[in-house]
Design a protein around this ligand. Sequence first.
Ligand SMILES: Nc1ncnc2c1ncn2[C@@H]1O[C@H](COP(=O)(O)OP(=O)(O)O)[C@@H](O)[C@H]1O
Ligand SMILES: [Mg+2]
Length: 265
Amino acid sequence: AQLALSFNQMAAHLEQTETMRRQLIGDVTHELRTPLTLIQGYASLLGSIVKENKDASDLIQGIVTGERRLLDVVNNMVDVSKIDNQALLVRKSAISVYLIVKIVHNEFKVALQERKILLSVTELEGLPDIQADPELLGKMFRQMIGNAIKYTPDGGSITIQGKKLCASEAGWDGKEAVEIEIIDTGIGIDPAYHEVIFDKFYQMGPVELHSSGKTKFKGGGPGLGLAIARGIAQAHGGRIWVESPGHNEETFPGSRFHVLLPVGN
Ligand SMILES: Nc1ncnc2c1ncn2[C@@H]1O[C@H](COP(=O)(O)OP(=O)(O)O)[C@@H](O)[C@H]1O
Ligand SMILES: [Mg+2]
């Protein structure tokens, strides 16, 4: 009985520590966001004042770029922290997945051109509207499409397709769903890692590369993208998983990410 008691106390203590840790990440990232936004504002103001001076402008551009990347990481941490605390606010309305994917596709146009990657979107127009949060779904697809670009070599291709599943196919009781697939011709993922890549801070690339841009081949990232994508899918009652025959940087077996989202509430 004594043993059970101390075990329970230990478990309670652990849970408390975990709650405090989560709270801390949430608070710290929140506090970081304000000064970062200030720096960004002042740097771009300074940029407009010295715009005739090429050297000064270039230096300020460097500050703005670095700052933007930092803000991006902090924003991702805020999202992960919300997901951890089940505090993600989902504002649902009837939305077209096709439209959201198109918007995100557009954001990556320059990167896709630079990397000579062909992204094609097929079969999404015919899908029914779904009850979902447009901003969150945009975030989810941004992470997944960003990854597909990052882990596909120059000259590769990405296909985004989707289909509607009836209730029995989706495996939910009485709910219709849409299934979106993001297929790339990239380096692929070893089956041993198909689950852990969705954990926060998990990444397989070497850390040395992490200062390079996020759409560069195997470029940097803090390993939060798929944790956010999964958190968003789950907050909508959906699922997300990956299929890939394995990792190979010579034959490029590619990866196929699936997202299943319920059509209704
Ligand atoms: N499309 C993909 N092809 C190959 N590997 C991928 C792909 N998407 C994700 N991964 C692997 O999963 C890891 C986690 O992805 P993510 O959470 O987005 O972190 P990050 O992009 O910051 O590294 C990546 O580091 C990479 O190893
Ligand atoms: Mg990523």
